[in-house]
Ligand binder design. Structure first.
Ligand code: IVH
Length: 690
């Protein structure tokens, strides 16, 4: 017995040592950026620990690094309600005065202080930090153990992404520090993000394996955290910075935000070193400028800086306005720009035949990614900006927006350049091109003889929001069309595994997987099916509306204009597109073949009861850039509250939510007398009525 105890002692000591060493290696790797062991050595230690824990389940512990592997894939994320809402933050932009001046003046006014400080001693103390471009998350520690990780969601409810966040190696699984100092409850808030170099390394490997690369660090971070399979999240190089707290029990907050960050660092959280305690507006502006200069050299993306009133007591006094604190503000940087050369201007033919000019550029690094193409939108745009082959241009990338050519550096234009003209015939199929009446869009008239349109239609049909056929991406569709295996979506369902396996670079296993994915997609919904058909002017939202309204495909197919116009948000143009689509014999035939192949959904599924919620039945149009919510987030917020987000303003619109640089939609709203609100107004509506 004594003997056994001794053996157990050594084993448990070994387990403790392994855990300590592995976490130290993690910290060296992630925080100090100075790996202390090779990946192979790390893996060997990790496997040893895994084996010991498997053999001695009594030694398992929630803070073991082995717990970072996550569990089984989920079907969907559970919704969680934040104990303390996750706030959004107001954005200051520079006008004649600096954004920092605006903010400082507002804070002084709220605190009933004189407009300007008479001496340094009267200046307000701020903590200035970076605005990380990732995904905001909340980490809940009970008795010092990480028990839940959640996304911000709409600020009130988020998604439970615990499994994925546990795979982020610089998020502590257990709070560090003396046991008597560990609070019973502590929620830590911060940003999950990806470094640019990590992303580049990940992408190199992904491309080598034939997988899709990540578009940019922000999408990479957000996409990884919202993966249902934690194994995928674990394979992504995610990191974390702490910048705040949520619910707390049994812990006394320090006096300032700066001290709070230090305390969080002591609990084991990475806190970004680029921060400063400063006094007054001038010092805030200086920080903005300094960080702006540092920005290109930072290993991660930022889109601005954040100013916070340092005293937590003053923060409490200042409080909130709707869902934004009065004590914090984001001061953004303009979109990153870079100069490069236009090597060629090519045209792309889209799914609807729309012909888009694209500038092929000398590769240039801007906004965290290497840009080689930039859209020129349409013929009018090219002429307005007068972009020519051989020109030096300034390209701009903001967030996840497709890079665009901002302007031409005319002084650098070489001699002999020519004004760009769109081709008169489709480069894909040789059909003639037509310019839509009154519009800027030029289309190929080839329809289904144009392989670009056929491919586009198939890619759309298979896409995630349509029939969701996994693994049927651009490349495969291209191969299938080029080898004459398919011409219409219906042909997908008669494909056989041997036919697929005969394609280049396609093994038997992947062929089987694709065939299974195609078969699985047969079990669909009416809304997805309508969207998948690719009817012009019928996007995902309209497809949902049509499904809800008509309930049955036949009812939609036979609907006349009058019936169609009764559907919320369907106007004469959309109605005509729908009628035209179903009037086409070819389309009817494809639909009939899809049904024969077994594509189905629950009849009448769309006709659910009227949506409930704060915004039930209300139609919103979002326009311009909102200060904090991304367009998708605003849309999700509206839909979650039972409202509808629509793309165009009409008399049926209840509210237009306008942000910065709102254009024609805002004008239209004013013309029609539609109510116009800002983001705060939207949040208020949701909050008031929920
Ligand atoms: S503070 C006071 N600090 O900005 C309001 N937010 O929060 C609580 N963000 O999407 C947030 N860097 O992901 C705060 N240093 C920082 C931040 C930061 C980035 C993001 C956050 C969220 C948005 C609003």
């Amino acid at each position: 017995m004594k003997m056994k105890m001794n053996v157990m002692d050594t084993i448990s000591q070994r387990v403790v040592t392994l855990r300590r060493d592995l976490e130290a290696h993690n910290r060296a790797y992630y925080e100090q950026d100075a790996p202390t062991v090779s990946d192979a050595e790390y893996d060997a230690l990790f496997r040893e620990l895994q084996a010991l824990e498997r053999e001695h389940p009594e030694l398992q512990s929630p803070d073991s690094p082995t717990r970072r592997v996550g569990g089984r894939p989920l079907d969907a994320f559970a919704q969680i309600t934040h104990a303390v809402p996750m706030l959004s933050i107001q954005t200051e932009t520079d006008t004649e005065a600096s954004g920092a001046d605006h903010f400082d003046a507002r804070v002084r006014k709220e605190l009933e202080l004189p407009d300007v400080a008479v001496s340094l001693a009267n200046e307000i103390e701020y903590l200035a930090e970076l605005k990380f471009d990732g995904l905001a998350v909340s980490l809940r520690y009970e008795q010092g153990v990480l028990v839940q990780g959640a996304t911000r969601g709409d600020g009130v409810t988020g998604e439970d992404v615990t499994q994925n966040l546990k795979t982020v190696r610089d998020i502590p699984l257990c709070l560090q520090g003396a046991p008597e100092r560990i609070p019973p409850l502590l929620e830590v808030r911060g940003e999950a993000y990806m470094r640019r170099d990590d992303l580049a390394r990940y992408n190199q490997k992904a491309i080598a394996k034939g997988e899709k690369p990540l578009v940019n660090p922000r999408n990479g971070a957000a996409g990884s955290i919202r993966q249902l399979d934690p194994a995928i999240a674990r394979s992504r190089p995610l990191r974390f910075f702490a910048y705040g707290v949520g619910a707390i029990e049994g812990w006394t907050l320090p006096a300032t935000h700066g001290e709070l960050l230090i305390a969080l660092a002591a609990f084991g959280f990475p806190v970004c070193e680029h921060r400063a305690v400063v006094h007054g507006a001038r010092a805030l502006s200086d920080f903005h400028e300094r960080m702006g200069a540092l920005r290109p050299q930072l290993p991660f993306d930022i889109d601005g800086v954040v100013y916070k009133v340092n005293s937590l007591e003053l923060q409490r006094r200042l409080g909130f306005r709707s869902r934004e604190p009065r004590w914090a503000v984001a001061h953004k940087y303009p979109a990153e720009e870079a100069r490069t050369k236009v090597e060629a201007i090519e045209v792309q033919v889209g799914r609807t035949g729309a012909i888009t000019p694209v500038a092929r550029l000398q590769p240039v690094f801007v906004g965290g990614v290497t840009v080689t193409n930039a859209t020129l939108h349409n013929e009018d745009e090219v002429h307005r900006k007068d972009v020519r082959v051989g020109d030096t241009v300034i390209v701009r990338r903001a967030g996840d927006v497709i890079p665009e050519v901002a302007r031409v550096a005319l002084e650098a234009r070489p001699e002999g350049t020519e004004i760009f003209e769109l081709p008169k015939i489709c480069p894909e199929c040789g059909s003639h091109v037509v310019r839509e009446e009154g519009g800027a869009i030029v289309r190929c008239a080839g329809g289904l003889v144009c392989p670009a349109q056929v491919k586009g239609a198939l890619i759309h049909f298979a896409s995630r929001r349509a029939m969701d056929i996994e693994g049927l991406g651009d490349k495969l569709v291209e191969q299938l069309v080029d080898s004459d295996l398919i011409k219409t979506p219906a042909d997908l369902y008669t494909l056989t595994a041997p036919e697929l396996a005969a394609l280049e670079r396609m093994g038997e296993k992947s062929a089987d997987n694709r065939i299974n994915a195609i078969a699985t997609s047969k079990d669909s919904t009416l809304a997805r099916f309508i969207f998948a058909l690719g009817i012009r002017n019928v996007g995902e939202t309209t497809a949902k509306d049509l499904a809800r309204y008509f309930g049955k495909l036949d009812a939609l197919r036979n609907a006349d204009s009058e019936a169609l116009l009764k559907v919320p948000d369907v106007g004469p143009i959309v109605a005509e597109s729908i009628r035209d689509f179903f009037a086409e014999a070819h389309n009817q035939e494809v639909i009939a073949r899809l049904m024969e192949a077994g594509v189905h959904w629950a009849e009448g599924e769309g006709q659910a009861d009227a949506p409930a919620g704060a915004l039930a039945g209300k139609v919103f149009v979002i326009t311009g850039t909102l200060p904090t919510l991304k367009r998708d987030e605003a849309k999700a917020l509206i839909e979650a509250a039972g409202g509808k987000a629509s793309g165009s303003v009409s008399k049926k619109t209840d509210y237009v939510v306008a942000g910065e640089e709102a254009g024609s939609k805002l004008e239209k709203a004013r013309e029609l007398g539609v109510k116009v609100i800002d983001e705060a107004g939207l949040l208020q509506l949701v909050a008031l009525q929920s």
